[in-house]
Design a protein. Structure first.
Length: 593
């Protein structure tokens, strides 16, 4: 029994020892697997790094090859440049030698001929002098850039008193190689002309879209590839002197009148720098008015042809009265339908039995289309401000001018009022001198001397006015209610209409917003403040025109107010709305209906 128990104990001990050995082997295997995994990851990282280095080496190899090719090209260009310099020096030397040699031979021939004849006859002397005059005339035809030395062009005086010439037509072209190193301002020397007639910039090889040399000059002067000395030469007034009055000049009518073509703009936003193309001076303003002012008043290098474009009230020429030209004190003549208004020369200029009105200033000498102001037009606002200084102009005052224009057939001209503080408007109607007294009577409503107003004869109030600038066309109702007693809302109207939940006037008409949308299709896309300002302007217009009957054309429903336009006031309202919307929203499409 003891033996059996001992053997069992031995087996158990051996089994436990075997299990412990297996567990020890398993631990070693786990450690080996962990080491293997770490080595695998390191190997992958090394392989990735090797691939990256291989790509970098290929890139460096390609860069090295391109660098070597660039060095070879530079060497070839350097050799070609040296050859060209040698050829240029040789050509200059040959040109100077040709001038001296040809002149010396001719002088020797003339001297030997005079010595052989003993004395020169009067006919020979006359022929020599005639030849000298002919050569002088030939020299006058040379361009300013053909630099010829005085020794090669001027006739020399021989010892016996006769002129000896040392140049000929064949040597004039050769003398150009001996010219000074100054850069020529002739644009022809800075362009390339292909066989098919295409003209390109010599420096950036860009083809010119315009056939006019003025555009070439402006391109080269602003081209980034143009050398600095060439840019300075073509930015001066000398570049334009080659074309002014010449046979190959660019026509004056082709000279661009847009100020954008005479300035260079770099950068965007606040960092934008605007500089003059002629004096390269920066213009510290984003206003095109200031750019134009720089051209006619400040720039010392601007060509006279360009300066005349922007001179205020300059003499009308083919240049400064192109459709794109700008004028400081007048706006374009409004184009009316054929037969709708008489011409400036056929209008009846009858003054009646009264003399013309007196003004402290003279009217503008020329109209915006370039024609002389023979009828002495003057802006209607100036007429009122000079002749009725106590009157102030409100938005509805323009209806007086509109009705007067319809009753009197005279040319439709727009001018900026010289008494206006704003020069950014589209101008107002102008009245010829022979109708200014009648217009003043019409404005005052004098039925004895002036013509009656259109409609039922009701007159709008002459209250406190504001100058019609773009920012005050549709004025807030509060400011008008405080200043203009004639435009205040009647207390009874205020109580019965604006405090009521629903109200409809007895008058019939068309909703104002329908008319506004016909005139301005984009009205619905305007901001709320702009639409409200238009609505306030409509209310002021109707209050001024309808007065006591204003409440009949108001609809109040659901807390909102709608204004109706009477049929007999529709034409005047459309005209007023067109003028005001055009002035206040110059960037929007406004349609005359």
């Amino acid at each position: 029994m003891d033996t059996d128990s001992n053997s069992k104990n031995d087996l158990a001990v051996q089994y436990i020892a075997l299990l412990e050995a297996r567990m020890h082997v398993a631990d070693k295997l786990a450690e080996a697997y962990a080491d293997l995994r770490s080595i695998t990851e390191q190997t992958e990282a090394v392989n990735a790094e090797v691939n990256t280095l291989a790509q970098e080496s290929l890139l460096l190899k390609s860069q090295l090859e391109s660098h070597n090719s660039a060095i070879a090209k530079c060497q070839l260009l350097s050799e070609a440049n040296e050859k060209l310099q040698m050829e240029l020096t040789d050509l200059r030397a040959r040109g100077a030698t040709a001038v001296v040699t040809h002149g010396g031979q001719r002088s020797t021939n003339l001297v030997s001929q005079n010595h052989h004849n003993g004395s020169e006859t009067s006919s020979t002397h006359r022929d020599t002098v005639d030849q000298s005059i002919t050569d002088k005339r030939g020299l006058k035809r040379l361009q300013p850039h053909d630099s010829i030395s005085s020794e090669a062009t001027a006739p020399s005086m021989h010892a016996d008193g006769h002129f000896l010439h040392t140049h000929s037509k064949s040597t004039v072209s050769n003398c150009s190689f001996a010219s000074s190193s100054a850069v020529s301002a002739d644009v022809q020397l800075h362009v390339l002309t292909s066989e098919d007639g295409e003209v390109k910039c010599r420096y950036c090889l860009s083809p010119f879209s315009s056939p006019h040399q003025i555009d070439w000059i402006q391109h080269i002067a602003s081209c980034e590839s143009t050398p600095e000395d060439v840019r300075n030469s073509l930015s001066s007034a000398d570049a334009y002197s080659f074309h002014e009055g010449g046979a190959d000049m660019v026509g004056a009518e082709k000279l661009s009148a847009s100020i954008d073509d005479h300035v260079t703009k770099k950068g965007i936003g606040r960092n934008r720098i605007v500089s003059c193309n002629y004096c390269s001076a920066p213009i510290k303003s984003d206003s095109k008015r200031e750019w134009e002012k720089h051209m006619f008043a400040k720039c010392p290098s601007v060509p006279s042809a360009v300066r005349e474009i922007y001179l205020p009230f300059s003499e009308p020429t083919q240049m400064n009265w192109t459709p794109q030209s700008h004028n400081y004190d007048a706006h374009p003549l409004k184009q009316s339908a054929e037969g709708s208004s008489p011409s400036l020369t056929t209008a009846d200029q009858s003054y009646g039995d009264r003399s013309p009105l007196y003004f402290p200033t003279e009217p503008v000498p020329y109209l915006p289309d370039g024609t002389p102001n023979t009828l002495r037009f003057r802006a209607w606002m100036d007429i009122i401000r000079y002749q009725r200084p106590r009157h102030k102009i409100v938005n509805a005052s323009g209806l007086k001018m509109t009705s007067f224009k319809k009753m009197n057939q005279f040319p439709e001209v727009r001018l900026i009022a010289e008494t206006s503080s704003s020069k950014s408007t589209l101008g107002c109607y102008a009245v010829p001198e022979y109708l200014q007294q009648a217009f003043l009577d019409h404005f005052d409503g004098d039925n004895k001397t002036g013509r009656p107003s259109k409609g039922d004869g009701r007159r709008g109030p002459r209250g406190h006015l504001q100058e019609p600038t773009p920012s005050t066309v549709f004025t807030k109702s509060d400011s008008f209610d405080g200043q203009n007693s004639g435009l205040r809302r009647n207390s009874s109207v205020e109580g019965s209409i604006f405090k009521a939940a629903a109200y409809r006037g007895s008058g019939s008409g068309k909703k104002y917003i329908s008319v506004i949308r016909e005139i301005m299709p984009s009205f619905a896309m305007l901001p709320d403040d702009s639409r409200k300002a238009v609505k306030r302007g409509v209310r002021l217009f109707l209050e001024a025109e309808l007065q006591d009957k204003f409440a009949d054309y108001v609809i109040v429903k659901g807390g909102g107010t709608m204004y109706m336009i009477p049929d007999d006031l529709m034409d005047a309202f459309k005209e007023w709305a067109y003028e005001e919307l055009t002035r206040c929203f110059p960037d929007e499409l406004i349609v005359r209906v």
